[in-house]
Design a protein around this ligand. Structure first.
Ligand SMILES: Cc1cc2nc3c(=O)[nH]c(=O)nc-3n(C[C@H](O)[C@H](O)[C@H](O)COP(=O)(O)O)c2cc1C
Length: 286
């Protein structure tokens, strides 16, 4: 199992020590053009998680390749996964074409952007087009929890050539201030944090029933126990997101808790635990 950061939740250049506690570093999503993101307010705390409407703020593809990636190579002594985003198939393909010229360990296609959200065919089309230009780099498809049938989305991107699946991105949510007006300038934002864990477990569970590809499970992970639960539902790897804002030492803590929880669980290893909750369902269905 690899422990990763979730895209957009860790700045490697300002927190290199936190990066070193992970097995690989996932970049913030890179888009073709620089993006300032949305106007403030862009973050809202809620009872069981947070809302963000950052809007894919990033320096854009050219600066990413000229400045950010070389800097990452110097600072981050870890495999780099590059998260790629866009608003059309050609946006994704052009970034992937350039990525193929660089040494990166993995490409994660962020297929949870607004205009490709919940569209298995759209997602599959992007995966198929990117697959052609990044033959040698593992290609992960990051899917939205809004999909009405995660299994169908997973089968579609697998058939299109994905090597792995990342689940889940944020859920759309709204928070109201004391005057009952939307807190975020854009009204809605991506909901992440503890409330997302059951959604992530359900998505990973459905994905594991649909595929044998590696799955990066994420959404609301805060503790070692949460990691065990995702693995029991069939996650191969696990990523930490929102927890990093409150606790930058989360990766070290979670690893210690994971050992303790595994010992308590009665399973000899993570491999034994892997997908075990699906076996339970198979038994009750028979
Ligand atoms: C502030 C913030 C920025 C994010 N930016 C990105 C992004 O650029 N690309 C992406 O694929 N996901 C992005 N995400 C989603 C996370 O990678 C992750 O899928 C989601 O937050 C669920 O995990 P968590 O509950 O552990 O945070 C972002 C999440 C947050 C909170």
């Amino acid at each position: 199992m690899l422990l990763l950061n979730a895209s957009g939740c860790l700045d490697a250049l300002t927190a290199p020590d936190t990066v070193r506690a992970f097995d690989a570093f996932v970049t913030k999503t890179v888009t073709p053009e620089p993006r300032d993101g949305n106007p403030p307010v862009r973050i809202a705390e809620t009872e069981h998680g947070m809302l963000n409407a950052i809007g894919l703020a990033n320096p854009g593809r050219d600066r990413f390749f000229k400045e950010v990636l070389p800097q990452l190579r110097q600072v981050v002594d870890r495999p780099v996964w590059v998260s790629v985003g866009g608003f059309s198939v050609s946006d994704y393909v052009e970034t992937c074409t350039e990525l193929a010229l660089h040494e990166v360990e993995c490409v994660e296609l962020n297929l949870s952007c607004p205009n490709v959200d919940e569209a298995p065919e759209g997602a599959a089309e992007i995966v198929a087009a990117c697959r052609e230009v990044v033959a040698a780099i593992p290609l992960y498809a990051k899917l939205s929890p809004h999909s009405w049938d995660v299994g169908e989305s997973v089968r579609a991107v697998e058939a299109a050539g994905a090597d792995g699946i990342s689940l889940v991105n944020t859920l759309r949510g709204v928070a109201l201030d004391a005057q009952l007006r939307p807190t975020l300038a854009r009204v809605s934002g991506g909901y992440s944090g503890p409330a997302l864990k059951p959604v992530a477990l359900a998505a990973v569970f459905a994905a594991r029933r649909a595929t044998e590809l590696p799955i990066v499970g994420m959404g609301g992970v805060q503790t070692g126990r949460d990691v065990l639960e995702l693995i029991a539902c069939g996650a191969t790897h696990v990523a930490l997101g929102t927890v990093l804002f409150a606790d930058p030492s989360a990766p070290q803590r979670v690893r210690v808790e994971l050992e303790e929880e595994l010992a308590r669980s009665g399973y000899a290893s993570l491999e034994d635990l892997y997908g075990s909750s699906l076996d339970t369902v198979a038994r009750t269905e028979n």
